[in-house]
Design a protein around this ligand. Structure first.
Ligand SMILES: Cc1cc2nc3c(=O)[nH]c(=O)nc-3n(C[C@H](O)[C@H](O)[C@H](O)COP(=O)(O)OP(=O)(O)OC[C@H]3O[C@@H](n4cnc5c(N)ncnc54)[C@H](O)[C@@H]3O)c2cc1C
Length: 568
């Protein structure tokens, strides 16, 4: 396994190399290992037809809008009092308490479009006043106690890939804040093969864990698009979903137990294999986003590793037919492990962006079958070979009954190979004057079509003005018996004068619309700072009070990531 790159301060990719030279997108090689290949600038990344399509659809004039040089990013002096710093040093050691510019910039915010816009514009006002790195649960617990006493805000930091403002560190009382980077707690500490349980530190990343488990022919199998950089503690804190979550389960399902250090004590949660001793308190830590404390250890369910992955593409004549096809699979309990149904706009954009003779031939063959304005479905199965074959065969019969046409394994394989590339492309698109952001929700099969229409309508209205028309590309993924998630990518010509306001207005309109239409506030990105105003609509005023009471008990001085989860 090659060494993994670090996130850049203003985007995705490797900071040690020049932005315009070799940024390293992760792709899977033929043998399933991760390889890092050079990623060229936009003109080479996007085929001419795709660039023309974007320019025509969006009213976008490609232009150079590079980020300011990192040395020009504005960073206010650290507000951490010297007396507080010395007490942190006393606890953790000098090398684990950093207030230098580079450390603070590297821990400023996450990777949402707004986070990136701000840092590209030279604004690092959300940078922490210091970065600390505890090495154990005991140190993390002592750190929380100390910060509570000193009135210093604590923001746990995993991989820095939050897309909902989870790392903004905002605090109504404007207290100094520290970023608690969990990178030193990134080891496998126990592996119980008979019980299929692995115990890991929260700062470990997915690739490192898979490498370790691979030596024992085991896998966790959690593969979000941010897999190269996000951490296991971050997945638990945000209730992440991976690309194969339909079959393998969301991250919540993979957590058998965890340790949560809080300012008032340490909680050991989850009792595998099962317990009926009252409500499951593990659920309080999953999705707690650092607002209740720091997850310092996780006990995760693993499974045998198999190499029998099978990925293929199908086409439906329309979005409605595609949704009905997935629903039918769900009803027959035949949903594949990976499910991704693109709407007509996303299907068209993906085919154009793929470029090449293969994509052109596929477009022609779809037109010939009167699927030219249809929807591509990528499905994938992982597991024991004969079960994969049997499940694929049974699903194929249900899909065919629903009018779907198989378009072959190349489409599925191509998706699998490039599934970690999009975030690198986002950097190039932002460099060329585009707004690029994603949002997500989930809804029952009954509500899903209405949620889809509502979100698209809201985004188009909010972003469509003065000759601009946004492209709203959607797909359904993560299927359940009861419904599915809806993931939306928005591309628009950036308003160069008021880019932040442009997206805030659109995001507000889209969130209002999806919640009103019966969608969940979020399916897997979490609440963070960005979704807080809507939490009460989902859990009710009493629900918010219950969460507040728990926080009050565990974090009475309110120092644990006060800017997330709970509304002001
Ligand atoms: C390009 C891109 C693609 C993405 N794709 C997916 C996807 O496919 N599926 C998905 O689910 N998400 C996705 N995300 C969102 C993000 O990767 C997830 O939310 C991820 O779980 C965050 O993990 P992290 O380690 O980076 O956490 P961070 O971003 O560092 O932190 C996220 C939140 O959790 C808190 N936190 C982190 N670690 C701990 C801890 N140990 N204890 C307590 N609190 C903690 C932080 O304070 C913060 O509030 C994507 C993001 C990007 C930028």
């Amino acid at each position: 396994m090659p060494e993994h790159p670090e996130l850049t301060i203003q985007g995705w990719g490797a900071p040690t190399r020049p932005r315009d030279a070799t940024v390293a997108p992760g792709r899977e090689g033929d043998d399933g290992t991760l390889v890092f290949a050079p990623f060229p600038p936009l003109a080479e990344v996007l085929p001419k037809a795709a660039r023309r399509h974007l320019a025509r659809e969006l009213g976008w004039t490609p232009r150079a809008t590079p980020p300011v040089a990192v040395r020009e990013i504005r960073l206010a002096p650290s507000r951490l009092a010297e007396e507080c710093r010395l007490r942190l040093v006393e606890l953790l050691g000098e090398e684990h308490v950093r207030t230098d510019r580079d450390s603070r910039l590297r821990h400023a915010g996450g990777r949402s479009y707004l986070d990136l816009l701000r840092r590209r514009e030279g604004d690092a006002s959300d940078a922490p006043d210091a970065v600390v790195t505890p090495g154990s649960t005991g140190e993390a617990a002592a750190l929380l106690g100390l910060c509570s006493e000193m009135g210093v805000v604590v923001v746990p930091y995993g991989g820095g890939t939050s897309v909902v403002g989870g790392l903004s560190g905002s605090d109504a009382d404007d207290r100094p804040s520290i970023s608690v980077d969990l990178g030193r707690m990134a080891e496998v500490t126990a592996l119980d093969v008979p019980s299929s349980l692995v115990t890991v530190g929260p700062g470990m990343r997915g690739p490192a864990l898979e490498e370790h488990l691979g030596e024992h022919r085991l896998t966790l199998g959690h593969l979000p698009q941010s897999w190269e950089f996000a951490t296991l503690g971050g997945y638990a804190a945000t209730r992440s979903a991976g690309q194969a979550s339909t079959g393998l389960g969301r991250f919540d399902d993979l957590v058998a137990g965890l340790t949560l250090a809080t300012p008032t004590g340490v909680l050991e949660l989850g009792h595998p294999p099962a317990s009926a001793a009252g409500p499951d308190l593990l659920g309080l830590a999953l999705g707690s986003e650092g607002a209740l404390g720091i997850i310092t250890e996780l006990r995760l369910r693993v499974r045998p590793r198999t190499r029998a992955g099978r990925y293929e593409g199908w086409s439906f004549r329309s979005w409605a037919a595609g949704l009905a096809g997935l629903q039918r699979l769900a009803r027959h309990d035949l949903l594949p492990d990976v499910v991704r149904l693109s709407d007509p706009d996303e299907t068209r954009a993906n085919l154009l962006m793929s470029g090449g003779a293969g994509a052109r031939a596929l477009r022609g063959s779809l037109r010939a079958r009167r699927h030219g304005a249809g929807c591509l479905l990528v499905v994938g199965w992982e597991g024991v070979p004969h079960l994969v074959r049997a499940r694929a065969k049974a699903a194929a019969s249900v899909l065919r009954d629903g009018g779907a046409v198989r378009v072959g394994r190349r489409v599925g394989e191509s998706w699998r190979r490039h599934r970690f590339s999009a975030p690198y492309l986002r950097d190039s698109l932002m460099d060329a004057g585009l707004l690029v952001e994603t949002l997500e929700t989930a809804a029952t099969w009954t509500a899903l079509p209405g949620v889809y229409d509502a979100v698209r309508g809201a985004l188009r209205e909010a972003l469509g003005s003065r000759g601009r028309t946004p492209l709203v590309l959607s797909h359904v993924s993560h299927g359940y018996a009861t419904g599915a998630s809806l993931y939306v990518t928005v591309l628009a010509d950036r308003d160069d004068d008021l880019p932040i306001q442009q997206w805030l207005t659109a995001k507000r309109a889209a969130t209002d619309a999806l919640v009103a239409a019966g969608g969940t506030l979020t399916h897997h990105h979490a609440v963070g700072a960005d979704h807080r105003p809507w939490l009460e609509r989902e859990v009710g005023p009493l629900g918010v009070e219950v969460l507040r009471a728990v926080k009050q008990r565990l974090d009475p001085r309110g120092v644990c990531n006060p800017g997330v989860l709970l509304p002001d």
